[in-house]
Design a protein around this ligand. Structure first.
Ligand code: OVV
Length: 401
């Protein structure tokens, strides 16, 4: 069994995808992993990885073979205890996933998003007006963090107090998908109080009536969820709904500061804003990776993967696979970028993606009205994370229209 020919000829890499060096500049490593083969053995962790578009997409679509219930990080929930009770949507398979997903799909439906738009647009305009009046600001703290931290918790129905716990919790969640390295240790150093605060906000009593959070509890009254499950789905909102959009907005600002001609194209034709956000997600994916675990032995392009093995899916590498994309390393807002893997695909494809688009379109639309160009007043500083790619600081000056 172990001396199987395909296993002996498997492509191998010694790279550590969670080292600082890799995370700082992943793109040469992505290329090496794509070129090494359709599926590559990572010696350092004893796991498989896929970095080509076709294989990543196929794995995400085949949830029967590539399951989520053993965790979507490196840690195998069948072998070691999870650091928190597993998410009942992200870290679940059908039939549990089907039931919880149906509730969030309804709460985040196009009709529900439409109701949020007016407030999200108004808050974006207020914030951008203030920042343009200031001229100079930090693109991360003052914009990419400030906006989602206002509009999303408001939409969920969270009270104002303690919202400073949301970013530390997100950092914990997304670093925990990687190995127990220095980034994980740093993010979880103050885990107790942050986790306690999060859980205290997940109860019916903590949520404002009528908002997204309480709508989850309405599903309890309708017999779709237990009270405990509803709290766990509110936790999913607070886990997945902030850092992802913070990193996405930050990466958008970075792209338009780095490629000013692309901002000019966008300003001259705001109809391109929707597609431009997809291109940001393709080009600088805020979510770089997720794992799956095999439920049976499977052959992928001539390589045998055994049962119960971890597979690291490189969403961000799929997004720049030259087999799929023309000039993959060029940031081009006119490109048809849909088909990128940043939101995933299949039954676990991002359920909140309409909220992410709503936030980004509101901000980019407000910026397009008031900002002729962005200038960096210093070097952007990266914030390293085992899953997310983005910045700690982007010192900006805007030139008003
Ligand atoms: C997509 C995502 C990321 C992080 C956490 C969760 C979901 C969750 O359901 O807790």
């Amino acid at each position: 069994m172990a001396s199987d020919q395909a296993t002996l000829s498997r492509p191998v890499s010694t790279v550590d995808p969670f080292s600082h060096e890799f995370l700082r500049d992943p793109y040469p490593h992505h290329e090496a992993l794509r070129e090494a083969g359709p599926v590559v053995w990572l010696e350092k962790y004893g796991i498989w990885t896929m970095a080509r578009h076709q294989e990543v997409r196929d794995a995400l679509t085949d949830w029967q073979t590539y399951c989520s219930s053993a965790g979507v990080g490196l840690s195998d929930f069948r072998k070691e205890p999870p650091w928190r009770p597993p998410s009942i949507i992200l870290e679940a398979d059908p039939p549990l996933h089907t039931r919880t997903r149906a509730v969030l799909t309804r709460i985040l439906s196009p009709a529900a998003i439409k109701i949020l738009r007016e407030t999200f647009d108004r808050e974006a305009e207020l914030l951008i007006d203030r920042l343009v009046d200031r001229r100079e600001f930090d693109g991360i703290a003052d914009l990419a963090e400030a906006y989602p931290l206002k509009v999303f918790p408001d939409a969920v129905g969270l009270s104002e107090d303690g919202r400073e716990n949301l970013l530390p919790y997100g950092s914990m969640v997304f670093n925990s998908f990687g190995p127990r390295n220095d980034l994980f240790d740093k993010a979880t150093a103050n885990a107790g109080p942050v986790r306690d605060w999060i859980m205290s906000k997940c109860s019916r009593a903590a949520l404002a009536p009528g908002r997204l959070g309480m709508q989850i509890f309405d599903a309890v009254d309708a017999g779709e969820l237990t009270e405990n499950e509803a709290g766990m789905l509110v936790r999913s909102f607070l886990s997945a709904g902030i850092d992802t959009t913070v990193y996405g907005l930050g990466n958008a600002l970075y792209c338009f500061a780095a490629y000013p001609e692309q901002w000019t194209i966008l300003r001259e034709n705001p109809a391109l804003i929707r597609g431009a956000f997809e291109e940001v997600l393709r080009f600088e994916a805020p979510v770089q990776t997720f794992f799956r675990t095999t439920t049976k032995a499977v052959e992928v392009s001539g390589v045998r993967i055994g049962d119960g093995e971890k597979v690291l899916l490189f969403l961000a590498a799929a997004n720049r696979d030259p087999r799929r994309w023309d000039k993959p390393d060029t940031f081009d807002v006119r490109r048809r970028a849909t088909g990128h893997m940043t939101f995933g695909t299949g039954i676990h494809g991002c359920v909140g993606q309409a909220v992410a688009r709503l936030e980004t379109e509101a901000i980019l639309t407000a910026l397009a009205k008031r900002v002729a160009s962005f200038e960096l007043t210093g070097e952007p500083e990266r914030r390293l994370n085992n899953t997310l790619r983005g910045f700690d600081r982007i010192p900006l000056r805007v030139v008003p229209v």
